[in-house]
Write a protein that binds this ligand. Structure first.
Ligand code: HPA
Ligand SMILES: [Zn+2]
Length: 337
């Protein structure tokens, strides 16, 4: 029998919660800063990495937005995503649904076209060279106002054939989903799927709002939904997918330690939980490391890990036939691993 790491690497899996700006490794940040003639407020890769100590979501977001300032051209966005795809392939990812934050870039005068052209070129190359399929999720920054969100949806209009879904991220506390109910209705009318971060730091009611007022197809994080038994039962009954991010939860102090992570409780409660990396360059590990960390901390067996991988395809935006093909690949992998 293969060891745990080898088993996890070989397990076919989809990543459903990954911010491409959060995959910007310090080495690439320095290289892009040099290419763009941008000064960074850190003297070295080591100094930058040592600043990655967070006590909550906002601590992280401050440094994450600062880092994203090195991304300016389509080539920068391409290289960022190409680096992610290479890491994902090494972890057995065969499909990735990738979030990006256009407002982080358009607010600095970077045209929407630079962002989407660079990312979509990398997606096409990943499919051609690595066999990884992908979708793009355009996230709206919830600390900005509704009008800024509508302006972003308008900027995306020429590219809607390349964008699968709208998402909602950034500072959760004080920015409830209801703030974006009209924007999400408009995005839905344009044919976009809808996802939202909720219940990471925000209360269970924000998860209820994401369901009832945003019409989400998938819930990003959702940890705090467990505080409400009726809500948990509703999520389980409706087959809602939760994109859970164990190392992110640890680094942002959503949980006190990994051995207190609720991933196995989520599965026991009948929730369609998945494991994802969120912002791997900042949180200390890509998706394989997230599977491994939570498997060892919570004693997950191979059957549970396979359930998490199955859930990743069931919760994806792939068509039914493609999902069935990936599920069959997991079954045949289990016969040999
Ligand atoms: O974990 C997150 N939460 C909210 N916004 C984010 N933007 C990047 N990562 C995150
Ligand atoms: Zn996230």
């Amino acid at each position: 029998m293969s060891d745990l790491r080898t088993f996890i690497t070989g397990l076919p899996k989809a990543e459903l919660h990954l911010h491409i700006e959060g995959s910007l490794e310090p080495e690439l940040m320095f290289a892009l800063a040099e290419r763009g003639g941008i000064a960074l407020p850190y003297g070295s890769v080591e100094e930058l990495r040592s600043a990655y100590q967070f006590s909550n979501l906002q601590d992280f977001l401050d440094i994450y937005y600062q880092g994203a300032a090195v991304l300016r051209t389509a080539a920068d966005f391409h290289d960022l995503a190409a680096a992610y795809f290479a890491r994902a392939a090494a972890d057995g990812v065969v499909h990735a649904e990738i979030m990006f934050d256009p407002q982080t870039h358009t607010a600095r005068g970077i045209p929407f076209a630079e962002v989407i052209e660079g990312l979509s070129a990398a997606c096409a190359a990943a499919e051609r060279d690595l066999g990884i399929t992908s979708r793009l999720i355009m996230c709206i920054l919830r600390h900005l106002d509704e009008a800024d969100g509508f302006a972003t949806l308008a900027a995306a209009a020429p590219y809607l054939d390349r964008i699968a879904a709208i998402g909602l991220d950034s500072s959760e506390r004080g920015h409830p989903p209801e703030k974006f109910a009209r924007l999400f209705a408009a995005a839905g009318a344009l044919g976009l799927r809808r996802v939202a971060h909720a219940g990471e730091e925000g209360p269970p009611d924000y998860v209820v709002q994401a369901l009832d007022l945003l019409g989400i197809d998938r819930l990003d994080h959702g940890n705090r939904a467990l505080e409400d038994a009726a809500l948990t039962a509703r999520l389980a009954r409706s087959g809602m997918t939760l994109t859970v991010c164990p190392l992110s939860n640890l680094k942002l102090c959503v949980i006190p330690s990994l051995d207190r992570h609720p991933i196995d409780r989520m599965l026991e409660l009948g929730l369609r939980a998945t494991v994802n990396s969120d912002d791997p360059a900042y949180f200390g590990g890509y998706i394989g490391e997230n599977y491994h960390a939570v498997a060892t901390a919570r004693g997950l067996d191979r059957a549970a890990l396979a359930t998490l991988a199955r859930n990743s395809f069931l919760g994806s935006f792939l068509d039914d036939d493609t999902v069935a093909r990936h599920l069959a690949a997991i079954d045949s992998y289990l016969e040999t691993a």
